[in-house]
Design a protein around this ligand. Structure first.
Ligand code: NOJ
Length: 545
């Protein structure tokens, strides 16, 4: 297996990557068309969002059949061909396992509804309180209560997400074994990695209690419960632990201590985790659906705490700015209108030089920004539509849409912009399931630029592979209180690399004596005076010192 330190993983959102059969939806054969692209970029593994049979209420995170490919994405033969062709280039395929919940269309849920007690115990079903109220006062993460009526039984089933996503009962060993069989099934097909969706919320108690009203306290009732570690260890030992498989757990609202436990080698749980605290620095009073400039010092503080904490505890983390649940980070953290190249490359540089395994989300490698649609009907995401319904109660339409445009998950879910000269950017010949941005950005255009973002990503990936300090060196934050510079030093005892990033559109001067001029990578000229460095807007660079 490739070492985690050297790996770079590329995330494909299959619905929006490449449509090969002109139905407006991306598919597996479309991905096969671009294998040379992945090889050129230099990535080691592709994480694909779920492509299993699903009613697509939450874009595939609502699964009806865990071992069948949804015909909208192709066939099992297509998948086998993809795995085979990637293998030729030593690129693994990582699947997305959604094991906290299934769709309510899943046969298990349907059988439960039909009165089959075995399957009723696959889910979390509870009677109302004596008062007639819902079993607990918990909220769904997509808005509204977390309980929905279980047929006409008078009971309720738990859904931490959409009502069409019923939470599975991990306390039931038979249910867990069914899930482990699914992991085995995909490993036998040649899948080389698994990303486990919201894995740290699987451990619900038998007796569920009301929260006191605060959202953090409520989450603590079902997040990172001690039993989650037992379940993951069991899954590891019964499934992927015996093979060369890369694993990453998506951890909702987790903390450093738990993340160390999830990823320490000797714990036999996972290789790495995704945590999200650094992407909440533009939530006003903790509310995502607000407009706020990002808090730079907070961003640094959080990333440094995680870098140092995970290093100290021998944990390992996934490094990412973007994914299918996040608005694109370039316009979130920078001025992409005036500095598209500088912002995209500076953010990538800041992240890829850290300790962890970097993930690239499709399109970020050539600077895609979101679509900023003007009407809610252009959006597809269930969470965004629910948010709009709430926002419109006390905002004007334009205000509500400005918030949706800044925060919607659809910001990153629009079609890949391969070629600005083609209709729908070469993604499809037919109208896509969601429209692309109308901004003319494309891979083709970027490749022609003297300053190509794509080329910068290729260089960053190559540096990680050749530079042991980046792979496994220690990290030391510098200039921690500086209001504009994100700086740190990576070192392995003998050599050191200094990493500097100007997060703002104004030039910055800092007092720093760079003893050597050995620049490893950078996106600008770097003006160096005797003991002063001047960084241009959004300039970044790394030097051996
Ligand atoms: C996290 C996934 O990334 C997101 O897209 C999904 O809506 C929720 N989990 C629920 O499965």
């Amino acid at each position: 297996m490739k070492s985690l330190e050297k790996m770079v993983i590329y995330q494909i959102y299959p619905k929006s990557f490449q449509d090969s059969n002109d139905d407006g939806i991306g598919d597996i054969r479309g991905i096969i068309q671009h294998i040379d692209y992945f090889v050129e970029l230099g990535i080691d593994m592709i994480w694909m969002n779920p492509i299993f049979v699903s009613p697509q209420k939450d874009n595939g995170y609502d699964i009806t059949h865990y071992t069948k490919i949804d015909p909208i994405f192709g066939t099992m033969e297509d998948l086998e061909e993809l795995i085979e062709k990637l293998e030729i280039h030593d690129i693994g395929l990582m699947f997305d396992m959604v094991f906290n919940h299934s769709s309510t269309t899943h046969p298990w849920f349907q059988q439960a509804l039909a009165g089959n007690k075995k399957y009723e115990d696959f889910y979390i079903i509870r009677p109302p309180k004596d008062s007639g109220d819902l079993p607990t006062n918990w909220a769904s993460k997509f808005g509204g209560p977390a309980w929905a009526p279980f047929g006409d039984s008078g009971k309720y089933y738990l859904h931490l997400y959409d009502p069409s996503q019923a939470d599975l009962n991990w306390r039931n060993e038979n249910m867990r074994n069914e899930l482990y069989d699914i992991v085995d099934f995909w490993m036998d097909k040649g899948i080389k990695g698994f990303r486990f969706d919201v894995l740290n919320v699987i451990g619900k108690d038998e007796i569920l209690v009301d929260s006191t009203g605060s959202i953090d306290q409520e989450k603590s009732l079902y997040t990172d419960t001690p039993v989650v570690h037992d379940y993951i260890r069991e899954m590891n030992r019964k499934t992927f632990g015996h093979r060369e498989i890369t694993t990453v757990g998506e951890m909702s609202s987790t903390n450093i201590q738990n993340s160390i436990e999830y990823t320490k080698k000797e714990n036999d749980q996972l290789d790495m985790i995704f945590s999200f605290h650094h992407l909440k620095v533009d939530y006003k009073d903790g509310d995502k659906w607000t407009l706020m400039d990002f808090d730079f010092l907070k961003l640094k503080e959080i990333l440094f705490q995680w870098q140092l904490g995970m290093e100290k505890g021998n944990g390992w983390m996934a490094l990412f700015w973007n994914n299918h649940d996040q608005p694109r980070s370039n316009h979130r953290f920078g001025d992409t209108k005036n500095y598209p190249y500088e912002v995209a490359t500076m953010l990538a540089h800041c992240l890829h030089m850290m300790r962890g395994t970097p993930y690239i989300y499709q399109g970020e490698e050539f600077g895609m920004v979101g679509p900023h649609f003007k009407t809610i009907t252009d959006y597809r995401d269930v969470e965004s539509k629910n948010a709009y319904e709430r926002l419109i109660k006390d905002h004007r339409h334009e205000e509500a849409m400005a918030i949706i445009a800044a925060k919607s998950r659809d910001d990153s879910r629009t079609p890949m912009q391969w070629d600005h000269g083609e209709k729908y950017y070469g993604f499809s010949k037919e109208k896509p399931w969601i429209m692309p941005a109308d901004d003319g950005i494309s891979l083709k255009r970027d490749r022609k630029n003297k300053n190509s973002i794509f080329q910068f990503y290729k260089d960053l990936i190559a540096i990680r592979k050749s530079e042991p300090i980046i792979q496994s060196g220690k990290i030391k934050p510098i200039l921690v209180d500086h209001p504009r510079i994100f700086g740190y030093i990576r070192s392995n005892g003998e050599d050191e690399i200094i990493v500097l990033n100007n997060f703002y559109p104004e030039p910055v001067e800092i007092q720093w004596d760079l003893p050597s001029d050995e620049k490893i990578i950078g996106n600008g000229p770097l003006k160096k005076l005797t003991d002063t460095i001047c960084l241009e807007p959004y300039e970044c660079g790394s030097w051996k010192i």
